[in-house]
Design a protein around this ligand. Structure first.
Ligand SMILES: *[C@@H]1O[C@H](CO)[C@@H](O)[C@H](O)[C@H]1NC(C)=O
Ligand SMILES: *[C@@H]1O[C@H](CO)[C@@H](O)[C@H](O)[C@H]1NC(C)=O
Ligand SMILES: *[C@@H]1O[C@H](CO)[C@@H](O)[C@H](O)[C@H]1NC(C)=O
Ligand SMILES: *[C@@H]1O[C@H](CO)[C@@H](O)[C@H](O)[C@H]1NC(C)=O
Ligand SMILES: *[C@@H]1O[C@H](CO)[C@@H](O)[C@H](O)[C@H]1NC(C)=O
Length: 280
């Protein structure tokens, strides 16, 4: 009963085919994740503007970090040295229990092998600085919505930005079979799949986010469950936005995959990845 949201792959591929600098969000992930150890952070559903301009406006309104009047943490609070208005160098790992929102006139450097993890679904990790963001080798950045905006953004060899299965809330009706308990796949750019032969609908979760195709910023959705009491489907993929006003250099992994579900739950759809740079 494993139904994967294949259509999300198509969605991402279409986005990429338009040449808008969008990389495919994938719908497959190697591991099931269907426990409740992540608290659900409330995140607005899609702004849903009808055109590209509208979608961008919805996006700006939605950026969680704009709720913070100051940085949610200082460089020292991340066990770093320096400041976000000069250069902040982080050389030890952090586990966060809430959003990280950082704005500054300086640069951020994350030293090799450091992990910055916010294992809360829908958790924001946002860094927006005037200088550069340098992610060292073997660094892992894990959260629900990861957004890096700087003059230069560099992801060094084997670094990973991973939002897999950490989606916040997707729109209603998108998670598995719209009604009944058939453990179908989550929808996103296309309907989720159903592997039940007798299912007269033959599909899983609904389609959404086409209005944001040029600037995709929506979470993947959950897989359906075979049980009304327990959620056996896993969670959708998160969102990644990487913007460089000048140079973007990516030699690492950028992931927004859905989870895989389980024997009693459908697969989840992938999330969104935006990569925008003057020079890639
Ligand atoms: C950084 O500089 C801005 C003004 O450019 C200021 O508002 C902010 O408080 C400074 N932040 C820190 C952490 O010093
Ligand atoms: C900073 O390091 C200390 C000691 O290693 C650790 O207890 C603390 O959790 C770290 N801070 C963060 C934000 O992870
Ligand atoms: C980063 O800050 C700039 C200037 O304030 C703003 O135009 C841009 O939208 C911000 N980027 C993100 C991802 O919030
Ligand atoms: C961005 O990278 C370019 C090329 O390496 C460099 O000339 C420029 O100074 C960098 N900008 C910042 C703000 O680091
Ligand atoms: C990304 O995160 C998922 C879910 O935690 C995990 O299964 C997967 O191994 C991670 N991928 C990488 C390349 O770290």
């Amino acid at each position: 009963m494993r139904c994967v949201a294949w259509w999300a792959v198509l969605f991402a591929a279409l986005g990429a085919a338009r040449g808008d600098g969008i990389l495919p969000a994938l719908a497959l992930a190697p591991e099931p994740r269907h426990n409740d150890r992540f608290a659900l952070a409330p995140v607005e559903a899609d702004g849903g503007g009808g055109d590209v301009g509208g979608a961008a406006a919805g996006l700006r309104g939605e950026l969680q970090c704009q709720m913070y009047s100051a940085n949610s943490r200082t460089c020292e609070e991340l066990n770093g040295s320096g400041s976000f208005n000069t250069t902040c160098v982080i050389s030890s790992s952090s586990s966060l229990d809430g959003d990280l929102c950082v704005y500054g006139d300086g640069s951020l450097e994350i030293r090799p092998h450091v992990k910055i993890i916010c294992p809360v679904r829908g958790c924001y990790l946002t860094v927006n600085v005037s200088g550069s963001i340098t992610i060292g080798e073997h660094v892992e950045v894990i959260g629900g919505s990861v957004s890096f905006d700087a003059a230069n953004v560099t992801l060094n060899h084997h670094s990973t930005i991973n939002t897999t299965a950490l989606a916040g809330e997707a729109p209603p009706q998108t998670s598995g079979t719209p009604h009944s308990l058939e453990a179908a796949g989550g929808g996103h750019g296309g309907r989720g799949a159903s592997c039940k032969v007798s299912n007269d609908i033959n599909w899983g979760g609904d389609v959404y986010a086409w209005s944001m195709l040029a600037w995709p910023w929506s979470y993947g959705s959950m897989g359906g469950s075979l049980s009304a009491d327990q959620q056996f489907g896993g969670y959708g993929g998160g969102r990644v936005m990487l913007r460089a006003r000048d140079f973007m250099n990516i030699d690492g992994h950028v992931l927004a995959e859905g989870g895989v579900g389980s024997l009693k739950g459908g697969g989840e759809s992938g999330g969104s990845i935006i990569i925008h740079a003057l020079k890639l």
